[in-house]
Design a protein around this ligand. Structure first.
Ligand code: FAD
Length: 366
């Protein structure tokens, strides 16, 4: 490893939907890959976090994948093939996308630390060190699973796992499983596991909000606007899904009919053999599956001190991708842009604004 930093204008960190969109727009704005911008990605293959998602998550069971800018998903996979695993289809699409636009992606390279060095930012990785004038951070959430603390957690003799570790329902055959969480993943796990487990218990902190009918584009915009408002105020974003509620799909209805959709309130304690509610009621369980979401994987940015006292980051700019404390730093796939469509737009906004801020090119991206 050399001590000399490789000088570059803009470094994109993370090769998921948000990072690829940013790289595409930098390329369109006329920046030269390799000399003026690079993308570093920790994952071994193209595909962002999609490559790690569980095998039963198919193109049918995901919400919806929005096309990356400039190339349709349908060019890689017929949209009618809904039974294909998301962990195969999306990486194949991203790989073709990187090749089509000859994006300068380097992997696997993990960014360990970003710190301010006067006019420039110093980026330390497990390979080279870089010196950049600006960064677009697109590191997603997959590497930061969130598990709330409950007393007794460390004493539990069974298995505890998170969405991050879920693979297939067969591993729960004959077991007593408690699934924690009110999101779409929790419901998918409940659906699959309840077919093979001896018993499933579904607990959530608040009663989940189910709604009839399809989720409209207007609902989506309203949810994104609420999260955007939060990050502009420097509050912790919360997930876009947490403010959209859960649509009643045929799968949810079938779960209702099978009698497995019996939500219970959150337990207050974990015992060596199970869980205990505040009224003293206990259940013995073998597995606690925490489908309790993720936080943004931003630890490598800690030296930049972007966070406020409350842990949030004040965001500014057209789509709230720019860190108010350091305008050279954009966060995409964060807060309001933590979805495939949001990541697309955020990548474009961040690329355009950063290029302009650094005085690198005169044109504007779409
Ligand atoms: P990611 O896809 O996570 O990519 C981040 C990349 O950065 C990864 O390759 C990672 O290895 C890399 N990285 C991380 N840290 C570093 C580092 N320090 N150095 C270098 N590289 C690093 N959205 C939808 O629109 N529709 C859906 O159906 C949908 N389903 C989802 C299901 C699940 C289970 C989850 C968790 C999310 C889902 N989302 C969905 C959200 C969506 O996947 C993301 O918001 C979107 O794809 C944007 O991803 P991203 O680029 O921000 O992050």
């Amino acid at each position: 490893m050399s001590n000399l930093a490789y000088k570059i204008d803009i470094l994109v960190i993370g090769g998921g939907q948000a990072g690829l969109s940013a790289a595409y727009h930098l390329h369109r704005l006329g920046l030269k890959g390799g000399k003026e911008f690079l993308l570093l990605d920790k994952s071994p293959e193209p595909g962002g976090a999609w490559q790690f998602r569980w095998p039963s998550l198919t193109m049918k069971t995901i919400n919806r994948l929005h096309d990356l800018p400039g190339m349709r998903f349908a060019e890689v996979l017929d949209p009618g093939q809904t039974e294909v695993r998301a962990a195969e289809a999306v990486p194949a699409y991203f790989r073709a996308y990187e090749q089509r636009f000859q994006l300068p992606v380097y992997r696997p390279v993990t960014v360990r630390l970003v710190c301010g060095r006067g006019e420039r930012l110093r980026i330390e990785t497990d390979h080279e060190t870089f010196s950049a004038r600006g960064i677009i951070n697109a590191t997603g959430t997959w590497d930061a699973p969130q598990i709330p603390y409950y007393p007794g957690r460390e004493l539990f003799q069974g298995r505890q796992m998170h969405t991050h570790d879920y693979q297939r329902p067969e591993e729960f055959a004959g077991k007593r499983v408690v699934i924690v969480g009110a999101g779409i993943s929790a419901l998918q796990f409940l659906d699959e596991i309840s077919r093979v487990a001896a018993r499933t218990i579904w607990v959530t902190r608040r009663p989940p909000e189910f709604h009839e009918g399809d989720f409209t584009a207007e609902d989506g915009r309203a949810a994104v606007a609420r999260v955007e408002e939060r990050v502009r105020q420097g509050l912790i974003p919360g997930s876009v899904v947490s403010v959209t509620g859960i649509p009643i799909t045929p799968a949810i209805r079938a779960m209702q009919d099978r009698g497995v959709l019996n939500r219970q309130p959150m337990f207050s304690e974990i015992t060596p053999t199970g869980i205990r509610w505040p009224d003293g009621r206990e259940e013995a369980v073998d597995v606690i599956l925490w489908a309790t979401g993720f936080r943004s994987a931003l630890d490598h940015l800690a030296p930049l001190q972007l966070r406020e006292e409350n842990g949030g980051i004040v965001m500014t700019g057209r789509l709230a991708t720019q860190a108010a404390r350091d305008p050279r730093v954009h966060l995409v796939g964060y807060g309001p842009s933590a979805s495939t469509i949001g990541a697309n737009r955020a990548g474009g906004a961040a690329a355009g604004e950063l290029v302009q801020f650094l005085g690198l090119a005169s044109s504007t991206s779409e």
